[in-house]
Each structure stands twice: as structure tokens, then as C-alpha cells.
Design a protein around this ligand. Structure first.
Ligand code: SIN
Ligand code: MN
Length: 273
């Protein structure tokens, strides 16, 4: 799937691009069915909410092996609908998946993600340049009530700002300090709620400032994030690198696959179940 000049310009200007309903209800249904299965697995590839119980984040669903492997996500990450736009946005055909992350922001319990830039973590992984792009696929319909993401348009142009390590949520990561945030917000457009129908895809820049609130609603807000990185921008050596499920060491360039992502036998079985 190819992006228009206008879409490329929007991404460059705002730091994100929304493509409505790129995946069908049948496809997102298959993805959710597979996450229902995976969330019960006992593995370190899965981070649970701080209260211990339900899954908050599941990593590494895009590979053919490992405890969280999923045929439908393996196919989706290589599908022309995600991989080709990522190649165009980055101006590079040789991409690999830096990581996949499924955020299961579950009804009532799903918790906050503080304001941050993803590259704040990834530069500490040894990634040289902020030339990655993330494809977010909405699996439910995110709303302001159920804890949708907010982006500050154009904030990717701030570069990567100094961050501090935060372990207040189940997932410990690098967040932007309040003083800096207030300063940036005072001169930026209003944050935009990222809402849409299931199957909508949002491509976004690794330096865009984003956050999401608690899910107060009775509906789940599940989403998957596929992060693409050019092979040439793979992380350099760092002391104590994070595990492979969050900082992949599979640098083989992805080959564009098929848009028939339910063709894989395991995925097809889940849909008919
Ligand atoms: C993230 O920024 O990594 C996750 C935010 C969300 O899913 O709400
Ligand atoms: Mn993020």
C-alpha cells in the first residue's frame, strides 16, 4: 500500500498519520482472539498491571518462534498495508521489527501511560537515530473515556528531550519531566485524542510526545504497536542491553508478504472458532 504525497507531508508536519479502518473487523477479531490466548501464558514477555493480575503489555508477537508467537501478527507485520507505508515514511526498504507491543488497556483496570517520547528509551538501547516509525493498530475503538492515546502535534520537532526514569506504573520507562512538558505544551497545539474505529492504523514518529489515561470505561481498549527500524540504524552495543523481546536482535530485513493475513492456518482456525 502506497502513501500519497499529502499523507507523507502530514506525517512530516504532525509527527503522525491516521489511516482509518485499514484492517477489517474479521482481521481485528482474529488478532484479539489470539491475544486472549496469549494473555494467559506465563512468560517474561508479558508485563502485568501493578496489582499483579491482568496483562498490560505483551511483547514479541511478530516472530515465528517464542512463547508469544502469533501467526496473525507475524503476517500483519509483514503485510503490504503496514510494511510498505513504513518503508516510504522512512525512505528505506531494508527494515526489521524493533519490537511489537500489545497494550491491553482493560476495562476499569487498564492504567495510565505518562507523557513520553519512545526514543527516550530506544536511544538508551543504543539506537543511533530517531529514524524509526511505529504502526499502531486499533483492535477496539479507543475513546477519551476508555483511555485513548493523546499526541502533541508537531512535538517530534522538539528532538529528544531529557527524560527521567519512572517506575510508577507496571511498565517502568523514561518519561518527560513535568516542567519541560509544561513548557512544550504552552507553545504547542492542543494534544489530539487518537480515536477511531477498530482496524484504524496510526503511524507515528519516535519523538512525538504522547500519553494515555486510565481506562474508566466498561470496554477494553486493546491496541498493537509494530515498531520498524532500518537495519542500518540497529542498536549499537550498550552495557546490559534490554532483552530481545523489547530490543530485537533479528536484523534480517523484512520481506513484504501478503495482505491475506488470515491465510496462516492458526489464524484461520481462530476466526472460525
Ligand atoms: C505507549 O506509549 O507505549 C503506550 C500508550 C498506550 O497504549 O496508551
Ligand atoms: Mn510510547
Amino acid at each position: 500500500m502506497h502513501l500519497s504525497k499529502e499523507q507523507l507531508d502530514t506525517y512530516e508536519r504532525d509527527g503522525f498519520l491516521v489511516v482509518p479502518e485499514l484492517f477489517s473487523a474479521r482481521e481485528t477479531g482474529a488478532m484479539k482472539a489470539d491475544l486472549e490466548r496469549i494473555q494467559k501464558i506465563d512468560t517474561d514477555h508479558l508485563v502485568r498491571e501493578k496489582n499483579g493480575g491482568i496483562a498490560k503489555t505483551i511483547y514479541r508477537v511478530h516472530e515465528a518462534d517464542g512463547p508469544t508467537a502469533s501467526p496473525v501478527f507475524h503476517a500483519a507485520a509483514r503485510s503490504p498495508r503496514l510494511l510498505e507505508p513504513a518503508q516510504e515514511l522512512l525512505g528505506d526498504e531494508a527494515l526489521y521489527v524493533y519490537h511489537t507491543k500489545c497494550n491491553l488497556k482493560t476495562a476499569i483496570d487498564g492504567s495510565v501511560w505518562a507523557w513520553h517520547q519512545d526514543f527516550g528509551s530506544w536511544k538508551r538501547d543504543g539506537v543511533p537515530d530517531p529514524t524509526l516509525t511505529t504502526a499502531l493498530v486499533m483492535l477496539d475503538e479507543p475513546t477519551e473515556f476508555n483511555g485513548c492515546l493523546y499526541f502533541i502535534p508537531g512535538s517530534h520537532k522538539e528532538g529528544n528531550v531529557e527524560s527521567r526514569f519512572d517506575d510508577a506504573t507496571g511498565y517502568k520507562f523514561w518519561v518527560v519531566p513535568k516542567e519541560r512538558l509544561l513548557e512544550i505544551m504552552a507553545r504547542s497545539p492542543e494534544p489530539v485524542p487518537i480515536t477511531g474505529k477498530p482496524g484504524t492504523v496510526v503511524f507515528f514518529h519516535p519523538n512525538i510526545l504522547h500519553a494515555s489515561g486510565h481506562n474508566l470505561s466498561p470496554q477494553n481498549r486493546w491496541a498493537i504497536y509494530v515498531v520498524y527500524n532500518p537495519v542500518v540504524n540497529r542498536p549499537r552495543d550498550v552495557p546490559n542491553p534490554r532483552p530481545d523481546y523489547v530490543r530485537s536482535t533479528n536484523f534480517a530485513p523484512l520481506v513484504v508478504g501478503t495482505d491475506d493475513i488470515l491465510g496462516a492456518p492458526a489464524a484461520a482456525a481462530e476466526v472460525s472458532a
